[in-house]
Ligand binder design. Structure first.
Ligand SMILES: C[S@@+](CC[C@H](N)C(=O)[O-])C[C@H]1O[C@@H](n2cnc3c(N)ncnc32)[C@H](O)[C@@H]1O
Length: 300
């Protein structure tokens, strides 16, 4: 079942949490000249028009990226992410290809504001010899992404199941790298499938960094997820970061955003902790905000 479309949620508080962590990890990978690769198992459409009817319908970005952009003072480690978002302009903007109101039947409102999803955030941070492998299963999201990315020789895109595809693709030719897994959790089995896929990939490629995003729900499965990640014998440890409302979710509503990071880069924990403390008080959560961060497996 593929009912989820990220266009309704782009730029929300969970995207800010996830994408600021993504930019931090990529900045660490850029510190060495040796090429790196990124595998993005659940890619979405690539970027999103926040003036589209989809985004306007939920308005989730107002409590996420817009709330953050209104702040005068931000944590220093959030600046590269904010600069990337602010500077993001889709390549083919102005060509009239994807911006015509008729694309999704959406009306384009002024002023347009585009929010990059994970494939374009990574693409902006790739160097000449770095590589990005992208998987997306939804036919329309895949086609959109293909149109937007096909011209970049550093990027390969597959219409493929990201859980199975990840395990089949590792270890990649370029051995330094990051796996981002950001499922849509249409079905509750996604929690266990994500954990099993990362555990299997880790056995073949133990030096990579893995980042899994998950929603925190009132009746969620994050405890089982944590238990599974506690079994990963990662020398770099397994870090958990959550920004959530302590209550107020209601049935099926997202209380918060969680990240599990296997083998995070050196000092990433301190950077993410400072960002999380700040985001807790700035983004709009459905109730009083709590920020939790701890190691599920200690780094050796
Ligand atoms: C949360 S969205 C991804 C957002 C994107 N990572 C970002 O940060 O901008 C999840 C995406 O996964 C896709 N998807 C769902 N199941 C999948 C699967 N088994 N394999 C690959 N993609 C899948 C959905 O169609 C959806 O576009």
């Amino acid at each position: 079942m593929l009912s989820y479309l990220h266009g309704f949620h782009a730029g929300n508080f969970a995207d800010v949490h996830k994408h600021s962590a993504l930019v931090l990890i990529l900045a660490h990978l850029q510190k060495k000249t040796k090429p790196f690769c990124v595998i993005d198992t659940h890619a979405g459409a690539g970027w999103y028009d926040l003036a589209s009817l989809q985004a306007q319908k939920t308005g989730e970005w107002k409590g996420g990226i817009a709330a953050v952009q209104q702040e005068q003072r931000v944590p220093v480690d959030l600046v590269p992410y904010l600069d990337l978002i602010e500077d993001f302009v889709p390549d083919n903007r102005g060509l009239g290809v994807e911006f015509e109101a008729g694309m999704d039947g959406d009306e384009v409102l002024e002023p347009p504001l585009y929010y990059p999803g994970s494939p374009f955030i990574v693409q902006k941070m790739l160097r000449e010899d770095d590589h990005l492998s992208v998987m997306e299963l939804h036919p329309r999201e895949y086609e959109t992404l293909d149109r937007r990315l096909y011209h970049d020789r550093r990027v390969t895109l597959q219409k493929r199941d990201g859980y199975e595809g990840l395990v089949a693709m590792v270890p990649p030719h370029i051995r330094r790298g990051l796996v981002l897994m950001d499922p849509s959790y249409d079905v509750k089995q996604d929690y266990a499938r994500a954990a099993r896929s990362i555990i299997a990939a880790y056995r073949r490629w133990a030096t990579a960094t893995y980042m899994l995003w998950y929603p925190i729900l009132e009746d969620g499965f994050d405890h089982e997820l944590h238990d599974m990640f506690r079994q990963i014998p990662a020398t770099g440890g397994v870090l958990c970061s959550e920004i959530a409302a302590s209550h107020g979710g209601g049935k099926g509503r997202m209380l918060g955003s969680g990240l599990l990071v296997v083998n995070p880069p050196y000092q990433f924990d301190a950077q993410l902790a400072a960002i999380g403390d700040w985001l807790r008080d700035v983004v709009h959560l459905p109730g009083p905000g709590v920020h939790y961060q701890d190691w599920l497996v200690k780094a050796q």
